[in-house]
Design a protein around this ligand. Structure first.
Ligand SMILES: O=C(O)CCC(=O)C(=O)O
Ligand SMILES: [Fe+2]
Length: 501
């Protein structure tokens, strides 16, 4: 196999020679290089795909299959891209590649290239969880919370989060803490809840500190300090390194997971039990549910059409998105590379930071929330623009702008053959974090001002009921005075994104 590094990549001719000679590593490298350096539609781009497809049948097939799956997942405008993504990711997943199993679960949950099946997504994430992948273990808990699969319950959700705690995942301590605080799937125990939430905060999980203080105040959690030190000692002594890549054979992972779960149960809380099969579970109790219960649309105006939905997203969903995207936020000029005037508008009028959730970064929370938007608006989920998260710090704002594409832009895009998705019919925002002062969403022409509440959804149409760009939809995100404002947002496009008119 040819060696290369970032400073001295092999010359193209050299790679091609090796690829023709049957070197699978060279085929993969050449394929990836051609795909990334030549635009979709060029011969070189197609040649890149061919090299990967050849490599997919060779000694390093799984790796090539993964690259092909990731490619098709990220290039939705290609005809049948989703079906190809499903095929290649399916092959890499069957060969046991965890990242491919995760992406396959995402396609099933979103119904991309295959009929939507939360139950299948749950099954796939469960496979990963059972061999010790902590994020998957968390996703199992989140999916059970939604009660979308037969047999799902709030108690199974709690159990899944407890198992993810055993894998040392700070976000799982947060989620299990919420359940003990509210009595969802487990009997309420504010002391244990507070200790779990504090452990999540120790692990730097966004929102854990605030959840601890509001849901499990120390005054109501007399044994919290004791539980906190027991949980800390427990984690310090947990043999988590056993699961480190390269240290364990795949077939040994399920046993290592059981050992970690038994170790977590040894912290001694009566709700944590090890069952006959050696798996950790939570004793059922409490009647609350942490599934979202969004409020009906409250219409604030007809010209433009603006509505809000209280509690559209749960605290857990908001904190998840803030935590997930927090590290990767950038200025609009860094993530908006398009040539559309609307991209320029974001660069020009928005002074905060943001980041689109890329096709390889979507997860259960994103998909479940997209589906919720689709259900509540009657809009097809595959006509939602990929979502993003944006943040405003004090002094930052989104000056008055419109979100629709102008008739001229639409026409130009059509001529250029890139009007995928068509018009941005409506914009949907969720307040993930509400600032202490300032930051209202204001529709200046209509005199509507929305002061966000945590988890609130805000929907506004950018076009009139007849489908014409609606000048009255001009809006702004007022300057944040104190605290931070975080939004999750997407737009409802005229037709599915993979279809040009
Ligand atoms: O920050 C807001 O309230 C508005 C955001 C917005 O207009 C947008 O993301 O297009
Ligand atoms: Fe906007």
């Amino acid at each position: 196999m040819m060696q290369s590094d970032a400073t001295h990549p092999p010359a193209l001719a050299q790679l091609e020679h090796a690829a023709r000679g049957g070197d699978d590593g060279a085929r993969i490298e050449l394929g990836n290089r051609l795909l990334s350096s030549h635009p979709y539609g060029s011969d070189e781009h197609e040649q890149g795909l061919e090299w990967l497809k050849q490599a997919a049948e060779g000694a390093r097939g799984v790796q090539a299959q993964w690259f092909l799956g990731a490619y098709f997942a990220q290039v939705p405008v290609r005809p049948d891209a989703r079906v190809h993504a499903l095929y290649w990711l399916g092959r890499a997943a069957s060969a046991g590649m965890p990242a491919a199993v995760d992406r396959l679960a995402d396609l099933h949950l979103a119904g991309l290239g295959v009929e939507r099946s939360p139950a299948r997504a749950l099954e796939l994430q469960q496979q990963l969880a059972d061999i010790g992948f902590a994020r998957a273990a968390w996703e199992v808990g989140y999916l059970h919370t939604q009660e979308l699969a037969a047999g799902s319950s709030q108690n199974l959700a709690a159990t899944a989060f407890a198992r993810a705690c055993a894998l040392g995942y700070p976000q799982a301590y947060y989620s299990l803490g919420l359940r003990f605080a509210l009595g969802a799937g487990v009997a309420r125990d504010l002391s244990f809840a507070r200790a779990l939430l504090d452990r999540a905060a120790d692990g730097k999980f966004a929102g854990a500190r605030e959840a601890a203080e509001t849901l499990a105040p120390l005054a109501a959690a007399p044994q919290a300090t004791d539980w906190h030190s027991r949980l800390k000692q427990n984690m310090d002594a947990a043999p988590l390194e056993r699961l480190a890549p390269g240290r364990i054979r795949p077939e040994e992972r399920p046993l290592a997971v059981r050992e970690l779960e038994a170790h977590f149960a040894s912290v001694g809380h009566p709700a944590l039990q090890v069952d006959a099969g050696g798996r950790l579970s939570c004793v059922a109790g409490g009647g609350a549910s942490l599934k979202a219960a969004p409020g009906d649309w409250q219409w604030l105006g007809k010209g433009p059409r603006v509505a809000t939905s209280d509690a559209f997203a749960t605290r857990e969903e908001c904190d998840h998105l803030v935590h997930k995207m927090g590290e990767s936020l950038r200025r609009a000029s860094d993530y908006r590379r398009g040539r559309r005037a609307n991209d320029d508008a974001e660069v020009q009028y928005f002074s905060g930071s943001g980041q689109p959730v890329g096709a390889l970064a979507t997860d259960s929370v994103v998909r479940v929330m997209e589906e919720r938007v689709a259900r509540m608006t009657g809009w097809p989920a595959d006509a939602l623009e990929p979502c993003s998260v944006i943040r405003y710090e004090p002094g930052e704002e989104y000056q008055p702008h419109v979100d629709y594409f102008t008739t001229e832009q639409m026409e130009q895009d059509r001529l250029d053959g890139r009007d995928y998705g068509g018009q941005r019919v409506a914009t949907f925002l969720v307040y993930l974090r509400v600032p202490e002062a300032g930051g209202e969403t204001v529709y200046e022409q209509a005199g509507i001002s929305v002061a966000g509440q945590p988890g609130m959804g805000v929907l506004h149409y950018n076009v009139t009921p007849e489908g014409e760009p609606d000048g009255l939809s001009l809006h702004s995100g007022r300057k944040v005075q104190r605290g931070e404002k975080w939004l999750w947002r997407s737009t409802l496009r005229e037709h599915p994104l993979h279809r040009a008119r």
